[in-house]
Design a protein around this ligand. Structure first.
Ligand SMILES: Cc1cc2nc3c(=O)[nH]c(=O)nc-3n(C[C@H](O)[C@H](O)[C@H](O)COP(=O)(O)OP(=O)(O)OC[C@H]3O[C@@H](n4cnc5c(N)ncnc54)[C@H](O)[C@@H]3O)c2cc1C
Length: 433
């Protein structure tokens, strides 16, 4: 470890905060993790576990916009927006539409490609330091389809991934069943993405990152941050119910909880709560050797350490109270024939909010109002896969090794208008990973 560089508080120990904390600690910073709950117990505990180096397609595409009304009307489609969700998300949706313009989509794909191609490369050193290699499954993942027609529907995206250098192996239903004998006859075709590693216990990974941070001399405060303000000597004061502490730098990585600090920090990129859900069964993990996404049903089956996990959902609700668990149940029921051995779907029901931006790009950069505060959130569907990259960028920002102009595309103040194609945020990232 290099010489101590200064003190930094990391607010929020989801996977993004936990990876940032460990990356900073490994770089010689003295890190305090501030989190009221068990690390990784927010959105980061419930995901499908993919370290998605192929997650290069944003949600805002002309195709998704065209089909969105059809999706919303389909009772078995995971995209849902309750009425009060519409009211809260009008501004967000306008920007989502702007982000779906073809020129903007091309830009978003280029930036997502830059970010996610280093997903594993940047996580690997953290996993080693945290002694967490046994949580990583390196057999890749399957995307499977119930018909030739639905396979062709996914062809364009798979071709794009291939063009960007990712390995995509097309397999027939029988070839897939040879590798995963418990897949049912419903599987007609699919692809193997061997470079997409997965995590068998996403919450445990965050916990281990925090533990490794503490081993490197960090400390933790089990409280929710109430306020962040500038303090004497260009330092930053962070307050919580138990008191106040002053740090050289602060990283705001509180997932959807980061939003309340945006006005004070001058963050203008909108972020919404996009709920996803899972059913965590006990046992049945042995049915699959790797995670399988059933594309027709938009349900991912992941063999986790605790048992088989089914994930899905994209619900734009303004609070957890707007979610009814009968919807996920019906969606999971409709997909369970992927694994005929799964007869009764019994398990722990869970849902939580992804911190989602209209252009599917994260928000990482210096606060325009408090120069020693670094914002790292907005990862939407890809926070686990991009957590190592986020940690690396946060560390480079803390060191002053990169600045706002290198990160225009993911800046907390990037413009998100219909004219985005004209502006400087179209520049590629200059992060030299
Ligand atoms: C069903 C589902 C499947 C998914 N599958 C994948 C996948 O396969 N691969 C992938 O890469 N991503 C996936 N995701 C997305 C991924 O889980 C998220 O992008 C990621 O968890 C976001 O992490 P985070 O650290 O930003 O937020 P969180 O995990 O929500 O962490 C934020 C933390 O901040 C804390 N906090 C909040 N407010 C405060 C405060 N005031 N003070 C201190 N602490 C605070 C919270 O307690 C919480 O622990 C999925 C998400 C869902 C819902």
């Amino acid at each position: 470890m290099s010489e101590a560089k200064g003190s930094v508080a990391v607010i929020g120990a989801g996977i993004v905060g936990a990876a940032s904390a460990l990356s900073l600690a490994m770089d010689g910073w003295t890190v305090t993790v501030i989190e009221p709950n068990d690390p990784g117990s927010g959105c980061s505990m419930g995901n499908a576990g993919h370290i998605g180096v192929t997650s290069v397609i944003p949600w805002s595409t002309p195709q998704n916009v065209r089909q969105s009304f059809k999706m919303l009307r389909n009772p078995l489609h995971p995209l849902k927006m309750p009425v009060n969700g519409w009211l809260e998300n009008v501004g967000w949706m306008m920007r989502f539409l702007a982000a779906a313009r073809p020129k903007n989509v091309a830009h978003e794909i280029r930036i997502l490609n830059e970010l996610c191609q280093y997903g594993w490369h940047t996580l690997d050193p953290l996993v080693k330091d945290a002694d967490a290699r046994e949580l990583i499954n390196d057999r890749g993942v399957f995307y499977v389809y119930a018909s030739e027609g639905s396979f062709r529907g996914g062809h364009e995206h798979n071709e794009l991934r291939r063009k960007l250098g990712r390995t995509i192996v097309e397999l027939s239903g029988d070839e897939l069943r040879e590798m995963e004998p418990n897949l049912g006859p419903v599987v007609a075709k699919g692809v193997h993405l061997p470079e997409v590693y997965s995590v068998s216990h996403p919450q445990e990974l965050a916990r281990r990152f925090v533990r490794a941070t503490l081993r490197r001399g960090g400390d933790e405060i089990r409280e929710a941050v109430a306020d962040i303000r500038m303090a004497e000597g260009n330092k930053v004061a962070v307050s919580f119910s138990g008191g106040e502490r002053v740090f050289d730098k602060v990283v705001l990585s509180a997932g959807i909880g980061s939003r309340r600090f945006f006005p004070k920090l001058g963050v203008t990129v909108p972020m919404t709560a996009e709920y996803g859900y899972h059913l965590q069964m006990t046992g049945f993990s042995e049915l699959l050797g790797r995670s399988v996404a059933f594309v027709d049903k938009r349900v991912v089956f992941s063999p986790m350490a605790e048992g088989m996990r089914l994930t899905s959902g994209a619900v734009f609700a303004n609070s957890k109270g707007n979610l009814r668990y009968d919807l996920p149940r019906r969606i999971f029921e409709s997909a369970k024939h992927l694994l005929p051995a799964l007869r009764d779907l019994k398990g722990r029901e869970w849902h939580d909010a992804r911190p989602s931006t209209p252009d599917s790009l994260p928000i990482i950069g210096l606060s325009p109002k408090m120069e020693n505060v670094i914002v790292a959130t907005g990862h939407g569907h890809t926070g686990l896969g991009q957590s190592g990259v986020a940690g690396r960028i946060v560390t480079m920002l803390a060191n002053g090794a990169i600045g706002a102009s290198d990160l225009a595309a993911i800046s907390p103040v990037r413009p998100m208008s219909l004219d985005a194609a004209q502006d400087t945020s179209m520049r590629p990232l200059r992060i030299g990973l």
